[in-house]
Design a protein around this ligand. Structure first.
Ligand SMILES: C=CC1=C(C)c2cc3[nH]c(cc4nc(cc5[nH]c(cc1n2)c(C)c5CCC(=O)O)C(CCC(=O)O)=C4C)c(C)c3C=C
Ligand SMILES: [Fe+2]
Ligand SMILES: [Fe+2]
Length: 354
């Protein structure tokens, strides 16, 4: 089924008043369908990115095309089938919903029309395509917000590459700002804490709270990637904000790929160990993901739930990502307006609540 990638959140603009400023949200990207055929080109682009896998190109090309792309697409497609919705991939649906809510919020809060658009780092709509389109529509100021709270060269760094590539193709690039990370932004930490507390208020509280972040190879951290430090800082800020200590709020890393050691402790080993220690109900949140996706809905809520039960636990309860909730829309709107300081379009509108 063909689908349109022409996501435009143009509320607050009109033809006679060209939009001058825009926010471009960028998320990872996701396959077009939960089939091996659709997952293959997605994985080829993602795992072919030297920011993600830094092996010598010729060697990696042989491994990727000779082995990985023969086996993994079918396995990943099966995982995607477990979470696919009538509207499509949760990552796409959730990112589009967040962009639409942020558009509404900024239209209310900002002095002049500000456009919100969404791009995907891998797949469609691509970063260069969206920047080129915004430019055609008259945007002269662009704020890029990668939807990764913690900076990693493998995620945020790769978005920066794509933005740079887009800039190279323009004769007159827009004025550009880019948010590197928001891992310790007070409004973001507050949004996370409130979402967990609100979830506890309706579901009750488990015996422990585990924060599971996407992993990366440990070597990348040794070589200077600040990702681990930023995950630790987010965790510590949440402990402070929620009044929890290291025994009540734990942290681990999920989604390991390949043979190199990744950041530890691993999430799957941690949930098994907690069950073995006698924990029966475990709450898990994934603050590294702005919107729910394969890694939260399938890997945590399904796979790790099963690991926890096999090891003797009763229930691993996944606390949803911030998604398009007022908690997240409010904290991201404030973040954007702060980073756009000095750009008149983003100044608070007189009498606006934000
Ligand atoms: C939160 C930030 C992310 C970092 C850092 C990250 C690093 C990273 N990922 C892989 C390999 C895979 N990741 C996959 C899925 C995936 N990863 C992120 C985010 C980060 N990855 C998201 C949001 C998703 C979900 C996508 C979706 O469609 O829902 C996958 C694909 C699925 C699979 O086949 O398992 C792979 C592969 C590496 C190698 C890496 C750092 C080196
Ligand atoms: Fe990933
Ligand atoms: Fe995974």
């Amino acid at each position: 089924m063909p689908r349109s990638h022409d996501y435009t959140g143009v509320a607050g603009s009109s033809r006679d008043q060209p939009v001058q400023a825009a926010v471009l949200l960028v998320n990872l990207g996701t396959p077009e369908a939960p089939t091996a055929q659709a997952v293959r080109p997605y994985l080829a682009e993602f795992l072919g990115d030297p920011r993600v896998i830094d092996y010598p190109r010729w060697l990696w090309w042989l491994i990727l095309h000779g082995v990985i792309l023969r086996v993994r697409p079918a396995r990943s497609a099966h995982a995607y089938q477990r979470i696919w919705t009538a509207q499509g991939s949760p990552l796409r649906v959730g990112s589009e919903a967040l962009a639409a809510r942020l558009q509404e919020k900024l239209s209310e809060a900002c002095a002049e029309p500000v456009r919100v658009a969404l791009a995907m780092r891998y797949g469609q709509p691509s970063v260069p395509a969206q920047i080129e389109r915004l430019q055609r529509e008259g945007v002269r100021r662009l704020l890029v917000l990668p939807l990764y709270p913690q900076y990693s060269a493998t995620s945020t760094g790769s978005v920066i590459d794509a933005v740079a590539e887009a800039m190279q193709m323009l004769r007159w690039p827009p004025e550009l700002r880019l948010i590197n990370d928001y891992h310790d932004d007070a409004a973001h930490i507050d949004a996370l804490a409130r979402s967990i507390e609100q979830w506890w208020a309706t579901q009750g509280r488990g015996e422990k709270l585990l924060l599971s972040f996407h992993g990366i190879p440990s070597r990348y951290v040794r070589e200077g990637d600040p990702y681990l430090e930023q995950c630790q800082a987010t965790t510590e800020a949440l402990r402070q904000r929620m009044g929890l200590d290291e025994t009540q709020l734990l942290m681990s890393f999920q989604s390991r790929v390949g043979r190199e050691p990744w950041l530890q402790p691993y999430t799957d080993a941690t949930v098994r160990e907690l069950a073995a220690q006698g924990i029966r109900t475990l709450d898990v949140a994934c603050p590294g993901f702005a919107v729910d996706c394969l890694e939260t809905l399938e890997e945590i809520a399904m796979q790790n739930h099963e690991f926890f039960r096999e090891a003797g636990g009763d229930a691993l309860r996944y606390i949803p990502a911030l998604n398009d909730t007022p908690n997240q829309v409010g904290s991201l709107a404030a973040l954007v307006m702060r980073h756009a300081g000095g750009w008149a379009e983003f100044a608070p509108r007189a009498g606006s609540p934000a």
